[in-house]
Design a protein around this ligand. Structure first.
Ligand code: AHR
Length: 637
């Protein structure tokens, strides 16, 4: 070991001891790592580290999006109210069914009909929603809800309550009196001294004979920054800690859909929730579209990220495509409308629509991605589709950078999006991937990448693969302008995951970061604005590194990855440094085995440990522990 672990703080032992210690005697010969501080190799892209997101693994519904009611508009299955149950207490007799003849809006034409034949106790009959693997409730907390409803007789009382599954105890309730026309009813339920748990249901009960119809039944806990229709605070905070510069949305395959009519149709995701028809996603579950275009943009605003807007480009995953030319032109026009919704002033049609939806100020936008993974399109239509979108968008927005999803032969794309899903070994072997790529060609966006080892979330071996790969991207970040891991989120409940190895895991109550998550937190949180050339004199197996420096502060960030089990002694030479501070900071992420990981039950097995170094100099010795990712932060002015 390089240091002595005292609780969670790593105290660095005498380096002399380390150089002469048993571990070193067993280990590799010291490697000399020379970092050239005389001249920068290039500029680090200010947008290098960001996030990629789509509706997969219950990322929004049952994840980031705060909604607690599952299947709130009854559209998950055509004829069965999935996740809803009939409650018949106290000798009550009732039925519930989906009624396709009445709903609160054209977008939501159906509803859940509850018919009570008899009920001999107040509120004894009702419908209950089980939430997304439970409804999480905390003590002394207010939950804001609403539902659309009508009754067959005016003055019908409906009681809304939060009920514990185990005890049947009611945590909070509120009564609404219904009329015979569709109307929205709002309520607030505030819990008292309950135990925090997700063993709860939302019940809508109706205690007398007759029929009531419900739709868009909604319940929100407190959200991040108190946004209405907002996001889960713990997940937002975890993402904020990643210092993301951008958010790529809405996909991924979620943008494309399996079929053209199942694509992400942004115009159907804006405005009041009652006007959003919802849609089936390619990840085999129905999307509420509560996370619509404006919600994505507000997510960007909350975390100070720039949107990287992916527009539907005429290809859906079952080999359905729109021919370039006249057939494609409506899709180009739709993308232009979308860009106007994001960036237009309130004098424009879609800018005014955005203001009507609650956001007057336009959003900053630099990158627009044309489609997703269009190499899957066997027709070869992408060259033509990209060119047509390029011409149409550039004519109105010459400053936008348009990302192609595969290499383009007939023209120079501004940026090309490369995707890598790999093993750690594959990443180790390919860390020099971008070293020799032509700098006169398109810039690179690594829009999806991950070491896929471990599930549902990556293990420490995956974090090592990720860190190695990130050193390669960072060294080449004059070319690699942006990079985002995928997928970002996973609900770890049974049935929650469609794609194994996801950065952040959660259930209804809590969340955790994987070792790979912490590797990203470390990398994005410690980066300068200039790339320094760094070179080891010998190729130590599984040793990776990258160095950047801040021009403003002179702080150098040296990233070291030792993916072997043995400690690695390194002699660090800072060539051309005028002065190097003796005292510096160090962050270490390490584990005993590559299989080690974090889980919901054990979320902090592997977390970054802050410590200091005191032997910083123009030339100094350091030992990188086996299986570790380290960042050394030294002032070099
Ligand atoms: O990240 C999961 C999926 O992988 C994305 O939706 C798709 O773009 C890629 O194939």
């Amino acid at each position: 070991m390089v240091g002595v672990n005292v609780g969670k703080s790593l105290v660095i032992a005498s380096l002399a001891l380390l150089w002469s210690g048993v571990a070193v005697a067993q280990a590799t010969q010291p490697v000399t790592l020379a970092v050239d501080l005389n001249h920068a190799k290039g500029a680090v892209s200010p947008m290098l580290y960001g996030l990629m997101t789509e509706e997969i693994n219950f990322s929004y519904d049952g994840g980031l999006y705060g909604e607690l009611v599952r299947n709130r508009t009854f559209q998950d299955r055509p004829n069965s109210p999935e996740h809803w149950y009939l409650h018949e207490g106290g000798g009550g007799d009732a039925t519930m069914k989906i009624d396709r003849t009445t709903g609160p809006s054209a977008a939501l034409p159906l509803s859940l009909a509850l018919t009570v034949r008899s009920s001999d106790a107040k509120d004894s009959v009702g419908v209950e929603n089980e939430g997304f693997w439970g409804i999480p409730l905390r003590p002394r907390t207010s939950y804001k809800g609403s539902f659309y409803a009508k009754a067959d007789a005016a003055g019908s009382p409906v009681t809304v309550s939060l009920v514990n599954d185990q005890t049947g105890l009611v945590a909070a309730s509120s009564v609404q009196t219904l009329g015979t026309e569709w109307k929205q009813y709002d309520f607030t339920l505030t819990t008292g001294e309950i135990h925090a748990s997700s063993d709860n249901r939302l019940r809508l009960s109706f205690g007398k004979p007759g029929t009531v119809w419900f739709s868009l039944v909604s319940l929100f806990p407190p959200t991040y920054k108190g946004r209405v229709n907002g996001n889960r605070p713990d997940l937002m905070e975890k993402m904020a800690a990643m210092h993301p510069a951008f958010l790529r949305f809405p996909g991924g395959n979620y943008l494309e859909g399996d079929h053209i009519n199942e694509r992400f149709e942004w115009k159907k995701t804006i405005g009041p929730l009652v006007d959003r028809p919802t849609h089936i996603s390619p990840w085999r579950y129905h999307s509420s579209d509560g996370m619509g275009l404006l919600e994505f943009l507000e997510w960007c605003e909350d975390l100070k990220m720039q949107p990287v807007l992916a527009v539907y480009a005429g290809y859906s995953m079952r080999q359905e495509y729109v021919k370039p030319g006249a057939d494609l032109q409506p899709y180009v026009a739709d993308a232009l409308d979308e860009i106007e919704y994001v960036t237009g002033s309130t004098d424009t049609k879609w800018g005014a629509e955005r203001a009507k939806d609650g956001h007057t100020a336009p959003f900053k936008l630099k990158y627009v991605e044309i489609g997703n993974e269009d190499w899957f399109d066997k027709s070869g239509s992408y060259e033509g589709r990209y060119a047509q979108f390029y011409k149409g968008i550039k004519a109105q927005h010459p400053d936008l950078q348009l990302i192609a999803t595969m290499p383009i032969k007939q023209m120079k794309a501004d940026v090309v999006d490369d995707h890598y899903y790999r093993t750690a070994k594959q990443f180790y072997e390919d860390v020099h991937h971008y070293d020799t790529v032509d700098r006169n060609g398109p810039k690179i966006f690594v829009g999806e990448w991950a070491t896929r080892e471990g599930g549902p979330t990556p293990n420490f071996g995956a974090a090592l693969g990720d860190a190695a790969w990130m050193t390669g991207m960072e060294k080449n970040s004059d070319l690699v302008v942006m990079a985002s891991y995928a997928p970002l989120l996973v609900n770890v409940n049974p049935g929650g995951m469609q794609w194994e190895t996801d950065l952040i895991g959660y259930d209804a109550m809590s969340s955790y970061g994987s070792p790979s998550y912490y590797a990203q937190v470390m990398f994005a949180g410690h980066v300068g604005d200039e790339i320094l050339s760094a070179k080891a004199d010998t190729e130590a197996p599984r040793f990776f590194y990258s160095a950047t420096r801040s021009t403003a502060t002179g702080v150098m960030y040296l990233k070291l990855v030792n993916a072997s089990s043995e400690p690695l002694p390194v002699k660090i030479q800072l060539e051309g440094a005028k002065r190097v501070a003796a005292n510096g900071k160090m962050v270490t992420l390490s584990a005993k085995t590559t299989a080690a990981t974090n889980t919901l039950m054990h979320p902090s097995e592997i977390v970054p440990v802050n410590s200091t170094i005191s032997n910083g100099a123009k030339s100094f010795s350091h030992t990188v522990p086996g299986y570790s990712i380290q960042i050394l932060e030294l002032e070099t002015k």
